[in-house]
Design a protein around this ligand. Structure first.
Ligand SMILES: Cc1cc2nc3c(=O)[nH]c(=O)nc-3n(C[C@H](O)[C@H](O)[C@H](O)COP(=O)(O)OP(=O)(O)OC[C@H]3O[C@@H](n4cnc5c(N)ncnc54)[C@H](O)[C@@H]3O)c2cc1C
Length: 436
């Protein structure tokens, strides 16, 4: 793909495809494979440089994880399936086209049907020191390590909630770091109940047993991160005790927030996820409220790779008007049940809403402090009067945090969905006129 791309900032138009899939993670690749035998033209795009999504992310030169390799090999048999990595959606152009941008090009991609497989991102909640260099998301640290960040010999604290903490700890340990603590905010009772329930999902039980870390503690959360120019120590609370650990890195994630912005821009209805964030609403066939748009995977609610694959398969079949086999319906129900248990046992404790001080940044793109927005009446007020959410992330981080902290509605997405070149945006207006 890159070899044939035009010079930077020149534009190419692409023929409309029958099925456009946004997201090349487990859901998107499974959707493509299910629809591929139809012979219809399929484009799968992803803003990452390689397919695999969050769970199968790998650094340059590393072998693809087994399931990703199998999906890629299977898809390679279909020449009418085109994978465009390093390509992001900037805006919707009417209801049957998207404006796309890559490093070298920008174009409007028309489609007959669209499958949204945009996944989820981490929920980051503010606490004093959370913007210090050395503090990242838990999955964020894992992604950095997979992309080559050297952590050998570094002392790392991982905190937050959910199974992703153990996956991040395993990646850090494997890369030679000393994981001092894995602080899970949920209680032992809840985590033990979750562990016992895993008997119904033997592969998850085996995975949990493999990943379990001796520094794992429940009922434990970060109160503050400290350091002058960068992180030097972390203050943790465990039960009634508060103590300090000196460390080089802190990785904190509080579960996942579905990426619904593109779906909302296209008019797809949403529903609240178990944690109270918005997820794309789908029916039993993975159809959204917009007739020719389907959605699968974690943009419809966090649930893990297995559920994403089951839903992706069904969405792919649904574009062809086909019904899934009973085994697939059964698999989806089984993994939906697993997702429900994760939500139940790793629900966030109310204390996490009280950690930020008045001078703690809430919006790190625009340097907006928690104290300046706490008295606002809602997201629009905070945005208009304090510039909260006006920066590069367009409220993806602080909007989700504000929703959790204050119970505000999620920010309404506006194009461009992410920072884009001016030349790309000028194409948008021309094409919008041409398409309308
Ligand atoms: C940071 C992070 C790390 C994780 N690590 C693990 C792990 O180690 N183990 C585990 O079991 N689970 C992990 N998860 C959970 C994981 O997300 C799911 O298990 C699984 O990957 C979900 O599959 P999906 O296809 O729904 O979404 P994803 O795998 O998230 O794939 C969605 C893809 O869509 C792309 N995308 C989104 N919006 C756009 C756009 N506008 N334009 C172009 N592309 C777009 C994204 O870049 C992404 O590649 C992680 C989640 C996160 C957020």
């Amino acid at each position: 793909m890159n070899a044939t791309m035009p010079a930077p900032n020149t534009f190419a138009s692409q023929d409309p495809c029958a099925i456009l899939i946004v997201g090349a993670g487990p859901a998107g690749l499974s959707a493509a494979l299910a629809a591929a035998p139809s012979g219809r033209s399929i484009v799968v795009l992803d803003d990452n440089p390689a397919p695999g999504g969050q769970v199968w992310r790998n650094g340059a030169g590393a072998a693809s994880p087994g399931p990703l390799q199998q999906l890629q090999e299977a898809l390679a048999r279909y020449p009418h399936v085109r994978l465009c990595c390093g390509t992001r959606v900037v805006a919707a152009q009417g209801s049957q086209a998207l404006l796309l941008e890559s490093a070298n090009s920008a174009w409007v991609q028309g489609f007959e049907q669209l499958i949204l497989c945009t996944g989820a991102r981490e929920l980051l909640l503010p606490f004093p020191g959370w913007t210090l260099p050395g503090v990242t998301g838990a999955g964020g640290l894992q992604a950095l390590i997979k992309s080559g960040l050297p952590v050998r010999g570094q002392r790392i604290v991982i905190a937050g909630s959910g199974p992703l903490l153990l996956a991040a700890a395993a990646s850090a340990t494997q890369a030679g770091a000393h994981v001092l603590r894995v602080a899970e905010q949920s209680t032992w009772l809840h985590v033990a109940a979750f562990g016992a329930g895993l008997l119904r999902w033997p592969n998850k039980l085996a995975q949990a047993a493999t990943l379990m870390h001796r520094a794992y503690r429940c009922d434990s959360y970060v109160v503050a991160a400290q350091g002058d120019a960068c992180l030097q120590s972390v203050q943790l609370r465990q039960g009634a005790q508060t103590f300090q650990l000196d460390c080089d890195r802190l990785a904190v994630g509080f579960g996942l927030v579905p990426n619904v912005e593109l779906g909302r821009l296209l008019g797809c209805a949403t529903k609240p996820s178990a944690q109270g964030h918005l997820a794309l609403q789908v029916d039993g066939q993975q159809s959204t409220s917009v007739a020719h748009i389907f959605a699968a995977g974690e943009c419809t609610g966090p649930g893990g790779a297995e559920l994403a694959m089951a839903e992706g398969h069904m969405a792919g079949l649904a574009t062809l008007g086909k019904k899934p086999a009973a085994a697939h319906l059964h698999a989806r129900a089984r993994w939906q049940d697993f997702a429900y248990r994760v939500d139940q046992q790793f629900a966030l404790r109310p204390e996490l809403r009280t950690l930020a001080r008045t001078d703690t940044l809430l919006c790190r793109c625009e340097d907006v402090a928690y104290g300046s927005v706490a008295a606002c009446s809602g997201w629009n007020d905070a945005k208009l009067h304090q510039r909260c959410g006006m920066g590069a992330c367009q409220g993806r981080i602080c909007g989700a945090a504000a929703q959790h902290l204050f119970g505000w509605d999620a920010p309404s997405p506006r194009p461009p969905l992410s920072p884009a070149r001016v030349s790309t945006l000028s194409l948008a207006s021309e094409d919008t006129q041409a398409l309308s």
